[in-house]
Design a protein around this ligand. Structure first.
Ligand SMILES: [Zn+2]
Length: 215
């Protein structure tokens, strides 16, 4: 896998904003060894390991999600009475689970590279963390931007520990993935729900540079 060095991230932000968010061809692992399923599994496992350790350091106990549910189209689990929708990934506080449209996620992985999985999954875990740290958890722009910040901080920690390796081109994958990342219902591309692409990238970069403690 992949990721970003801070200086490259800043450069990528500039390029992305200057380029009106054009997507560039996705990079792949040099070895080409990781399948989509490998990346999905690793993103979940590494992210929860990171948060388990982080909570531990704060004298708290991280509560792992109860389930991690791939679904297809409209057949996903409902959350708080709301049906899931195609082309989405979300955290559900009722039930403390994460679900994702598998074909949609795999198409992002194919089109944008494996960085997409390593942004979206840690973002959703960011909500699972919020639900444990806050009372009255609800989704709004502030919560979305904090989840992006958490995702950046998680990835920086995983790169720092050697669990993930950054590769050339990965920063572009991550930035374009952030533009595509949404979550609650059908709001993936709605700035009113998630913040603008610029806000999201800045928040992600802040977490990457300063760690989740600064989010
Ligand atoms: Zn979100």
């Amino acid at each position: 896998m992949n990721i970003v060095r801070p200086r490259l991230l800043v450069l990528a932000l500039v390029l992305l904003l200057a380029g009106c968010g054009l997507t560039r061809p996705a990079s792949r692992d040099v070895q080409g060894a990781d399948t989509f399923e490998d990346d999905i599994r690793a993103a979940r496992t590494l992210t929860e390991s990171f948060w388990t350790e982080f909570f531990d350091q704060q004298g708290m106990t991280y509560r792992p999600i109860a389930d991690f549910i791939p679904y297809s189209g409209s057949s996903g689990p409902s959350c708080g009475g709301e049906p899931s929708v195609p082309n989405n990934a979300f955290y559900c506080p009722e039930g403390h689970f994460i679900a994702y449209d598998q074909a949609w996620m795999e198409s992002l992985w194919n089109d944008m590279g494996d960085g997409s999985v390593y942004v979206i999954i840690p973002h959703e875990f960011g909500h699972a963390v919020q639900a444990q740290l806050r009372t009255g958890f609800e989704l709004n722009v502030q919560a979305e931007l904090q989840a992006d910040c958490y995702a950046g901080g998680t990835l920086a920690a995983l790169v720092g520990s050697g669990s993930l390796r950054a590769q050339p081109g990965d920063e572009d994958e991550l930035m374009t993935s952030l533009e595509a990342a949404g979550d609650p219902t059908d709001d993936w591309l709605n700035p009113a729900a998630h913040g603008t692409a610029e806000q999201r990238q800045a928040s992600f970069a802040g977490g990457y540079d300063d760690g989740v403690g600064a989010c």
